[in-house]
Each structure stands twice: as structure tokens, then as C-alpha cells.
Write a protein of this length. Structure first.
Length: 153
């Protein structure tokens, strides 16, 4: 009898671990952008803009952007996380989060822009570029996200 109970507890613990592992954010926080991939890397919200839009064309697979942390962090955006790219027939959504700010209280003078190169798996073609950071609830109503469209301007 004790073996069944132990096996049952083990199976239960495994089931709980699997459920908790699945508790990563799998969609948007505010209902926009329901096409975001499952199990994406989540950090703190940042927005981006294209460094030089004139460098983009149908064949572009590298996109130079600058990323800015949304929240207050005494002027420092910090380390960016790997871009999360979602491809659709008419648009490409790019979300670039930043490492959590661990500095406690912070001033809000505006944060520096950090250069990032986004490597696309497919050429841009005729698709628009969308800032996926603007689909997060804390960014949706900010000046940086007045429009999430980044290209064409």
C-alpha cells in the first residue's frame, strides 16, 4: 500500500511540475496580438524603433533597431533579451524585452537607446513591422506606442 501512495505522490508531483512549467505567458496581456508564440522569453517591457529605415527593403533580413526600456530605471535601459519574432503573411511582429531592473527606486529621466540587430528567418517582403512591446498592457497607452507600426513609416 505504501508503494502505491508513494507512486501516486510522485505522479502528482510530476503533474504539478508540468502544469507550473506551462504557466509561462503564452499570449498578450491585453488581448492584442493573439498570434504571439507559446513559451516566449519574458522580461520587462521595452519598445524599439528602426535605426535607419532607408536601409530596409523587400530583401532585408537584418534589421537594426534601438531598444528603450519602458519603465523608470534612472536612464539605463540595460541588457536586452533575445528578440521574439512572429511571422504572418502581412506583418512581422518583433518584441524585445529587457532584463529586470534590480536597482530599487529609480528616477525617470528617460532611458538610453540600446542598439540591437534583429535577424529575420525570412525576407521582409511587403510585410509591415510591428513593435510587439506595444502589445503589452503597460505599454499600450504610452507615447512610444501611439502606433505599434514601425515600418513602413
Amino acid at each position: 500500500m505504501k508503494q502505491k501512495c508513494t507512486a501516486g505522490r510522485l505522479i502528482g508531483a510530476i503533474a504539478v511540475a508540468l502544469l507550473l512549467a506551462g504557466c509561462q505567458q503564452t499570449g498578450p496581456e491585453n488581448g492584442k496580438g493573439a498570434d504571439q508564440p507559446d513559451a516566449v522569453q519574458i522580461g520587462e517591457t521595452a519598445t524599439w524603433r528602426i535605426s535607419n529605415p532607408t536601409n530596409l527593403g523587400r530583401d532585408s533580413t537584418n534589421i537594426e533597431v534601438v531598444v528603450t526600456r519602458l519603465g523608470c530605471s534612472s536612464g539605463v535601459t540595460g541588457e536586452t533579451l533575445s528578440p521574439v519574432v512572429t511571422y504572418k503573411s502581412e506583418q512581422i511582429t518583433i518584441r524585445i524585452d529587457v532584463e529586470p531592473f534590480g536597482g530599487g527606486a529609480a528616477d525617470c529621466p528617460g532611458n538610453n537607446a540600446v542598439p540591437v540587430t534583429v535577424q529575420l528567418d525570412q525576407p521582409l517582403g511587403e510585410r509591415t513591422l510591428i513593435d510587439g512591446g506595444c502589445q503589452r498592457i503597460d505599454a499600450a497607452d504610452t507615447a512610444a506606442c501611439e502606433s505599434d507600426l514601425r515600418w513602413p513609416a
